[in-house]
Design a protein around this ligand. Sequence first.
Ligand SMILES: [Zn+2]
Length: 382
Amino acid sequence: MIEAWRLAWYDAAIAGTGVRFMKSSMRSLCPRNAVLAAALALAGLAAQPAAAEERAKDLFGAEKLPTATAPQSFGFYSKGCFAGGVAIPMDGPTWQVMRPSRNRRWGHPAMIALIERLSRDAVADGWPGLLIGDIAQPRGGPMLSGHASHQIGLDADIWLTPMPDRTMTRAQRETMSATLMVDDKTHLVKDALWTPAHTRLLKRAASYPEVERILVNPGIKKKLCDTVKGDRSWLRKIRPFWGHDYHFHMRIGCQPGSPNCKAQEATPEDDGCGKPLAWWFTQEPWRPNKNPDAPKARDLMTMANLPKECRAVLDAPGPASAEAATYHGDAVPVAVAVPEPEAPSLPAVTASGTAGLPSPVNAFTATPEVGVPVPRPRPPAK
Ligand SMILES: [Zn+2]
């Protein structure tokens, strides 16, 4: 039972969809109290949570600006934070940022550079431009709402809705509906909506060596499995998960200069179109959650649950303004990034607030495969 728990919890945590999904599929295996206790234990959380201690999500959710320090990720995608974040501009020639009031357009500079690169490549491939969803909070960490991951600046959500050919107003970006690509009864892609351009966009995103995983709805994975001809090697990176029916989630590996960033396990070598995908088209993953109000991991995490460097990240000085930490690609005065020392101390801020903005060279460096175990998708039910 515990093994099943562990896998389910990590599945939910690493994929940014929250732990609530886990409970539905696990409740048949455990009495409810045991379920909650096991979840808390596996999350590394105290049995008496955060009544007195401040919750990490409140502290990180309140940060308006990044640290004005060299870029560095601490911890894991679902349990960490990052320093030296930069913002993607609200508008570029080939992208627009959605839901700006959330202030989640921050990421590791390598992530931001890659999103901009994807937007250019996608346009060259015939996609009208990217609508950018959540990346991370200015200093990462657990979020006040939504995702379990997106904590170390290396995850980004990109909408599957093509960019309109006009610059949207702030209000439009807050309210425009996304296109749901998947029928929620059959879990299959709506064929009237899916186009070869969607496939090309995902293929392009998967083509970058630093992209380790792309999370999509199982229906989208199935559509790709059923239709992609020729080179199918990139399907390995496309991983099915709950939600992700209007956007895909692009995750890059730990970047140079982040010795305390925990890598995820490499994806299996095959295209993932066989048995593991078939499980998603059984009833088990879709049973309703009987306990939807149970606390999620992000609601319980305190600073003690995060890497110790995250306290220094909270305390580090910020830039003068968001603009001072906005990434402008080649226009950023850059120094070639050098590996950070292992000490958790953070470099001092400079007057300009742009110290440590890395060279784009850094953004496209292949990431080493490190054998830190991350559980694989849950095996099919027997
Ligand atoms: Zn995401």
